[in-house]
Design a protein around this ligand. Structure first.
Ligand SMILES: NC(=O)c1ccc[n+]([C@@H]2O[C@H](COP(=O)([O-])OP(=O)(O)OC[C@H]3O[C@@H](n4cnc5c(N)ncnc54)[C@H](OP(=O)(O)O)[C@@H]3O)[C@@H](O)[C@H]2O)c1
Length: 176
C-alpha cells in the first residue's frame, strides 16, 4: 500500500493561502528561522513522488528555481483539456485518485506527498490520506483558502508528536 502524506502550513485560523493565493503571511521576514527548514528536507527524503492539486502546481511554476528536481509530480485536474509540457518529470493526470493509486503502485511508489488544500480534502474524504504534518503559523488571516473543508462526519486523527519553534510555529504530526 502506498503511504499518502501531507506536509503543509496553515494560519492559526486554518487557511493555507489568502483568497488570491498569496502566501505573504507565511513567508514574512519576522518568521525567518536560520538553519532550520522545519523538517521539510527530512520529510522529502522519504518521498518517491508528489501528487499535486492543479492550483498549487500553478503556484509552484512561479517558483525560481524549480524546487522539485527529479521527483515525479502528478498534477491532478478534472479538466480534460489541461496540458503542460515540461523538461521536468511532471505528468498531468485527469483520472480518479484510485486510478492514480494503481499507476503509482505499478511504478513501485511507496510514499507520496499530497500537496494542495482541495486535493488533501479529496484524499481525506476517500480515507486515503495516511499522515498529515501541519505547521501552524501564529497569525489570523481572517479569510482565504481553507486547509480543511466541510465534512459529513467526524474524523478522528491520532496525534503522533508536536514540536515548537522559536519563531512561534507549532508543528504537529497526525496519522489518519
Ligand atoms: N500553506 C501551504 O503550505 C500551502 C501548500 C500548498 C499550497 N498552498 C497554496 O494553496 C493554494 C492552492 O490550494 P487549493 O486548495 O486552492 O487547491 P489545490 O488542491 O492545489 O488544487 C485544486 C485543484 O486540483 C484539482 N483537484 C483537486 N482534487 C481533485 C480530485 N480529487 N480529482 C481531480 N482533480 C482534483 C482541481 O483542478 P481543476 O480545477 O483543474 O479541475 C482543483 O481545482 C495555492 O495558493 C497554493 O500556493 C499553500
Amino acid at each position: 500500500m502506498i503511504q499518502y502524506k501531507a506536509f503543509i502550513a496553515s494560519s492559526l485560523d486554518g487557511f493555507i493561502a489568502r483568497t488570491d493565493g498569496s502566501l505573504d503571511w507565511l513567508t514574512s521576514d519576522e518568521f525567518t528561522l536560520e538553519n532550520d527548514d522545519l523538517g521539510y528536507s527530512s520529510f522529502m527524503e522519504g518521498i518517491d513522488c508528489i501528487v499535486m492539486g492543479r492550483i498549487t502546481f500553478e503556484t509552484v511554476l512561479t517558483f525560481e528555481p524549480y524546487p522539485f528536481g527529479s521527483i515525479p509530480i502528478y498534477v491532478l485536474t478534472r479538466n480534460s483539456d489541461y496540458q503542460f509540457e515540461s523538461q521536468h518529470p511532471i505528468r498531468i493526470f485527469q483520472g480518479t485518485l484510485e486510478e492514480l493509486d494503481s499507476i503509482l503502485l505499478g511504478n513501485q511508489i511507496k510514499n507520496a506527498y499530497v500537496d494542495g488544500g482541495q486535493l488533501i480534502q479529496s484524499y481525506i474524504s476517500k480515507s486515503m490520506l495516511n499522515q498529515i504534518i501541519i505547521t501552524r503559523i501564529p497569525v489570523l488571516v481572517g479569510s482565504g483558502l481553507p486547509l480543511f473543508g466541510d465534512s459529513h462526519k467526524d474524523r478522528k486523527l491520532k496525534h503522533i508528536q508536536t514540536s515548537t519553534f522559536s519563531n512561534g510555529f507549532v508543528q504537529s504530526e497526525y496519522h489518519l
